[in-house]
Design a protein around this ligand. Structure first.
Ligand SMILES: CC(C)(COP(=O)(O)OP(=O)(O)OC[C@H]1O[C@@H](n2cnc3c(N)ncnc32)[C@H](O)[C@@H]1OP(=O)(O)O)[C@@H](O)C(=O)NCCC(=O)NCCS
Length: 153
């Protein structure tokens, strides 16, 4: 499928419903339990509160469904002397893959984060997700010599 008809832009509030099916699929492939109510509410809040982060969508002129989406959220880290961010979700719908849409979503996300003052962008990727790792490596992401640990609060 040609990517000329795909455009990448900030998600509009009313695109929540169009993002959700892709988000459900993203969580399924990532092995993350989908909790409809709190996760939908968290997406809605992100779309309404830009200080939290950003959501970008890839729209295809010829299709009512979205081609893909990316989510990034802000943090603050003295190591980078200011604001940083995590790309927390990146998903391209299977018919649109291998066409540069993933690359464009990542590049647009990095550009938008830079414009909003972020000085570094991080992401987590499953070690066996070779396709995504190769994409990120080509786009300048390097391995951090640390492991991530999480405690729910
Ligand atoms: C990872 C993912 C986002 C990549 O999206 P994508 O749109 O296929 O990515 P791109 O097209 O930009 O790049 C992928 C490949 O297409 C190739 N490509 C890019 N533009 C191309 C074009 N115009 N024609 C042909 N191939 C192209 C790239 O060289 C790359 O090849 P490689 O992976 O074999 O090295 C997608 O596979 C996906 O959504 N996976 C499931 C969710 C996931 O794993 N998300 C990341 C979690 S951290």
């Amino acid at each position: 499928m040609a990517n000329v008809s795909v455009s990448v832009a900030p998600a509009r509030l009313e695109e929540e419903a169009a993002i959700l099916p892709l988000m459900v699929e993203f969580n399924r492939v990532e092995g993350i339990a989908w909790k409809p109510e709190p996760m939908t509410a968290a997406l809605r809040r992100l779309l309404r509160e830009p200080e939290l982060g950003l959501a970008l969508v890839a729209r295809d002129a010829a299709s009512p469904a979205l081609a893909g989406y990316a989510i990034a959220t802000f943090g603050y880290d003295l190591e980078f002397a200011g604001r940083d961010a995590f790309v927390t979700e990146l998903f391209v719908s299977p018919p649109f893959r291998q066409n540069g849409v993933g690359r464009r979503l990542v590049e647009a996300t990095a550009g938008a984060l830079r414009e909003r003052g972020a000085r570094a962008v991080h992401l987590m990727v499953r070690p066996e997700n070779e396709r995504a790792r190769a994409l990120y490596a080509r786009l300048g992401f390097t391995l951090s010599p640390r492991i991530l640990m999480t405690r729910e609060l």
